[in-house]
Design a protein around this ligand. Structure first.
Ligand SMILES: Cc1ncc(COP(=O)(O)O)c(C=O)c1O
Length: 386
């Protein structure tokens, strides 16, 4: 297909898949299960806020689905990340290693703790943190001292945690990353906001680190309106997470006793009801998204100068957002302009974190791959369609 034909053919193909001549969003939620019935139950019971049976039910079902020992539902994925970082003891002046290609919430949560993100490059294969780059960065800059902590010899700060991201739903090489973090005594927290339903070697993303976090924002594979969760196999961490996210209130029949500065981060019951309705359909959603990915892939694969981003070997991706790699930034911009003008919503990758004003002075390794991916990647319509 020559260049002039590619853009109109792409738009026709997406219109055919979604069977509409109307605007096609990047990722719209769908409420075809028991969502309305369950939300209505919370209205009728009046328990719409932080107390109610749906929050517990949502947590139990999410634990069943992910295989996590414990789940604590939160008001957003950002809140879950902030909580996880605090439980990993991330303190004022510490450093946390993460990737430049992520949604800004990952870095914001680090800053909420008074810590600094340190950026290490991603890899083409997974779009996530490159284990080799992480290992080389730590070999060059880090040292585990007698206090058992990992010190950055260059900045003189403690590297307390590492937060890889399973970008667009595709699992990062988490076992390799975990081995490096263990060697350097760094807590591993997986930002799995985008990867509910994605597996590495049969294990759900978010379960290899000491904690993982999920998001149920309206654009995710399932939604609670707004919401998130912290998953862990560590009972003590889960207990602390629940305490911290419920204003650190001690249990008592009537007194208001709070034993530390907590947060109002608990997922409201009305949102959890919506989430329970959505979770019942998650198996179907993952299948539908994988079927959609296959349709894109079959169309893109025979073409030259454009590549479909497929799941990394040894993983099962939820294909949260399907993505294409175009030739260069100019071609990408032309693609974005044409498709959005044609009513087919497409978006570039996140603007790299180290170029944002709040994070431009953070320490960073060579970020060549992140920059190259950002220049070439576009996300294309990926809603569940059934
Ligand atoms: C990688 C990543 N981290 C964190 C978040 C934050 O989640 P939330 O919007 O639920 O706060 C999101 C999505 O929004 C995300 O994509």
């Amino acid at each position: 297909m020559n260049d002039t034909l590619f853009l109109p053919s792409f738009v026709s193909m997406v219109r055919e898949i979604f069977s509409t001549n109307e605007f096609i969003p990047l990722h719209a939620p769908q409420f075809k299960g028991r969502e309305k019935e369950l939300v209505l139950q919370t209205l009728e019971s009046t328990f719409v806020s932080s107390i109610g049976e749906f929050v517990d039910e949502f947590e139990t079902r999410l634990a069943d689905y992910t295989g996590a020992g414990f789940v604590v539902a939160t008001s957003s994925g950002t809140a879950a990340l902030h909580t996880a970082l605090q439980l990993a003891d991330v303190q004022n002046g510490d450093e946390v290693i993460t990737v430049p290609l992520t949604f800004v919430a990952t870095c914001n949560a680090i800053r909420y703790c008074g810590a600094e993100p340190v950026f290490v490059d991603v890899e083409w294969q997974t779009l996530g943190l490159c284990p080799e780059s992480l290992g080389n960065f730590l070999d060059e800059h880090a040292q585990v001292r007698d206090d058992g902590l990992c010190w950055n010899r260059t900045s003189g700060r403690i590297i307390r945690a590492c937060v890889p991201v399973h970008n667009l739903g595709h699992p990062a090489r988490i076992y390799e990353i975990a081995a490096i973090c263990a060697k350097y005594k760094i807590h591993l927290i997986e930002d799995s906001a985008e990867s509910l339903g994605s597996l590495v070697g049969g294990v759900h993303t978010g379960r290899t680190g000491c904690m993982g976090t999920l998001s149920f924002n309206g654009n995710k594979i399932i939604t609670t309106g707004g919401g998130g969760a912290l998953i862990t196999d560590d009972e003590a961490l889960a207990g602390k997470a629940k305490h911290l996210t419920t204003t650190a209130k001690q249990s008592h029949p009537w007194l208001f006793l709070h034993d530390e500065v907590g947060f109002n981060y608990r997922l409201p019951n009305i949102n959890a009801a919506l989430g329970c309705g959505q979770l019942e359909q998650l198996y179907e959603y993952v299948d539908a998204k994988r079927a959609l990915a296959l349709r894109y892939q079959e169309w893109i694969d025979p073409l030259e100068d454009v590549a479909f981003v497929s799941e990394p070997t040894g993983t099962r991706s939820n294909y949260w957002l399907n993505a294409l790699l175009l030739e260069n930034r100019d071609v990408r911009d032309e693609f974005l302009q044409y498709t959005n003008d044609a009513g087919v919503m497409t978006r570039p990758m996140w603007t790299p974190m180290h170029t944002l004003p709040m994070y431009q002075n953070c320490q960073r390794d060579d970020l060549t791959t992140a920059q190259a991916i950002e220049a070439r990647l576009v996300n294309v319509p990926s809603s569940v369609f059934r």
